[in-house]
Design a protein around this ligand. Sequence first.
Ligand code: PMP
Length: 408
Amino acid sequence: MPTLSTDIRSHFPIFAWHSREKKPFYYLDNAATTLKPLTVIDTVRDYYSKYSSNIHRGLYPIAVKASNAYEDARTKVQHFLNAAHPEEIVFTSGSTASLNLLASSWAGHMLQEGDEILLSPMEHHANLVPWQQISAQKNLHLRFLPLDAEGNLQLDQLDSFDSSSIKLISIVHISNTLGHINDIGTIIGWAKKRDIRVIVDAAQSVTLYPLDVQKLDMDFLVCSGHKMFGPTGIGILYGKKEWLQAMPPYLSGGDMIKKVGLYESTFADPPHKFEAGTPPIAEAIGLGAAIDFLNYLDRPALLNELDQLTTYAMEQLRSVPDLEILGKAPKRSHIISFTMNGIHPHDIATFLAQDGIAIRAGHHCTQPLMEHFGIGASARASLSIYNTAEEIDALAGALQQIQSFFNS
Ligand code: PMP
């Protein structure tokens, strides 16, 4: 039975707080957001308490310090993703904002009527609805890679696709509902041979899975700081320099211009062209601290332990009568969705909450995927580096009790 190091837990003050307050706390909702290490909390606090100021134009010391810290965070993200240039990293408010920016600025200006965008039915709504919106505006067509009955992308069918009108593939790396790990290497390879651009939604994967945007030859990648042990309100859009240069701005106003006249303006170069107005300064600097924390961790070793813990969790959940795990993938991550015969997922989550066990229930912003499985909702437990076998035992034990309660 694997146990992750308690040392990791000591970085996250929320555990100590719950323990002091004698409140049971089993946090198994990491796909929604991760907990924050002290170093991130302290970094954000330091900005507000020691050098709170706006960036880029102030010439006094704290404004210079804030500007440098903000741009340092960009460089940290660049190195984390192995992007070729810091200008390829745009700060947004999250994956959703990054995808809306791409739909509006890239698809809105680069695609023509009749062009096609290839997605999958397992996309988070953030990687579906913006494409529906821009398709309606521009008469584009959405197409979908098929899923098999177990929710696996049928990549062997890629070659049967008429790709002549496909201009973009936007695909999730790790499904936030199933935990399936999609083979983005194969998808990108197929797309490159056909001169199709690829966006990878790495919201669930970038934290622990090494993603080298140059090696994988990604055109765009999106992710959210709050799922990477960083603050809420900050996200990343990676884009190849040539694409970002060709795209028009998304939001316009201050801080994204070169020269403004009464009737027209010219725009700054990327990334600032896409960062209009006062950006999330504290959040970006906090994200920089989260990247430092991730670099400090032995991520391959932790991922290995997390895989073992997930296998253990799957075994424990399978021992609960009438519990069904959604999806069977050859490669899966630390996200497990399940249903229990006749018990509504919201009842499961509510009962677990009474024992201090935090999971999520609902459609997980993947309604088409739920439809694929013929259900409206599932319960979802998602693990991270600080979870332990004891927490899994608590979850499995509580699920057994819920099952007996509803069956008695
Ligand atoms: N894509 C995936 C795969 C996600 O899991 C999420 C968040 N659940 C998003 C996109 C949207 O992220 P955010 O809400 O941080 O914008």
